[in-house]
Design a protein around this ligand. Structure first.
Ligand code: G1P
Length: 295
């Protein structure tokens, strides 16, 4: 079986971000910063590193800050140029003309529905899906998560999901994999279930928010019924593709921070801040003193 190369990525960014209220009342949760870059910027940079040429945002009301972020910022650029300041950071966040498309998901009806909203822009090609609140940091000297998955895709074709083990008491929060044969970082996917009830998970290998999918999944999503939480689930559609096409999980060599969760978000900020040359020493001194005072 031959598979087309991967050129497009879908970013579902229509979610309401209720877990971060009131911060996310007027600010899209994807614009929350890890140090000085919004979460969505990390996801887009990860996609560019993996060779993605077209970014497709599935957006919603109140999310226009995301569009502005990837556009030209005339006032800022003009004023900064007049002041002789570098425009590099602003230029890095521009997407090339035509390399970005926005489609609206009018109602939050689930991840599967969000992905399906992008069907006409995706067309008859494989595509990636990146969930920005799964913040993935490649290990030292290693590429990002999607690039690692693309390298695997070039060998296996078919469908790939990022896979990570989670504690037993967290399996009800994730898509869970029934694992088959393992080969290094690759695990054959034999089954998938979205947010299984406590004690019923087939394993503790969970689906993390990076996917490489064949376009047939759009047709499965077309007639998809509501699943866990009353939402149209991508996991349910993927489950129906198993057996028709190769399906693998890829264990990511790196760290994942759940930035949909407050503790995970703070941990990501701390981890990245500690690794920075500019602010790392000051943050380290502060963290040491704060922890010593606690002891
Ligand atoms: C989504 C997916 C789930 C996956 C998770 C990863 O759930 O539906 O299968 O395990 O992302 O973060 P959500 O976190 O949006 O509820």
């Amino acid at each position: 079986m031959t598979f087309k190369p991967l050129r497009k990525a879908v970013f579902p960014v229509g979610g309401l971000g209720t877990r971060f209220l009131p911060a996310t009342k007027a600010l899209p949760k994807e614009m929350l910063p890890i140090v000085d870059r919004p979460l969505i910027q990390y996801a887009v940079d990860e996609a560019i590193e993996a060779g993605i040429e077209q970014m497709i945002f599935v957006t919603g009301r109140g999310k226009s800050a995301i569009e502005d972020h990837f556009d030209i910022a005339y006032e800022l650029e003009t004023t900064m140029a007049q002041r002789g300041k570098s425009l590099d950071l602003l230029h890095q966040t521009r997407l090339k003309p035509g390399a970005v498309a926005y489609v609206r998901q009018q109602e939050p009806m689930g991840l599967g529905h969000a992905v399906w909203c992008a069907r006409d822009i995706v067309g008859d090609e494989p595509f990636a899906v990146l969930l920005a609140d799964d913040f993935m940091v490649g290990g030292a000297g290693r590429p990002g998560c999607l690039k690692q998955m693309v390298d695997a895709y070039n060998r296996t074709g078919g469908n790939l999901i990022c896979a990570q083990e989670v504690p037993d008491d967290q399996t009800h929060m994730y898509g869970i994999i029934t694992p088959g044969a393992r080969d290094g970082a690759l695990t054959e996917v034999k089954g998938l279930v979205e947010k299984p009830a406590a004690g019923t998970a087939p394993s503790n290998l969970s689906v993390i928010g990076r996917y490489i999918l064949q376009p047939e999944v759009m047709r499965v999503l077309e007639g998809q019924e509501k699943g866990a939480g009353g939402e149209i689930q991508l996991t349910d559609a993927m489950a129906r593709m198993i057996g028709d096409q190769p399906f693998h999980g890829v264990t990511f060599a790196g760290r994942r921070f759940d930035c949909g969760d407050k503790a995970g978000f703070i941990q990501a900020n701390l981890a990245l801040a500690l690794g920075r040359d500019d602010i790392g020493p000051a943050v380290r001194d502060f963290a040491r003193a704060a922890l010593a005072n606690e002891a």
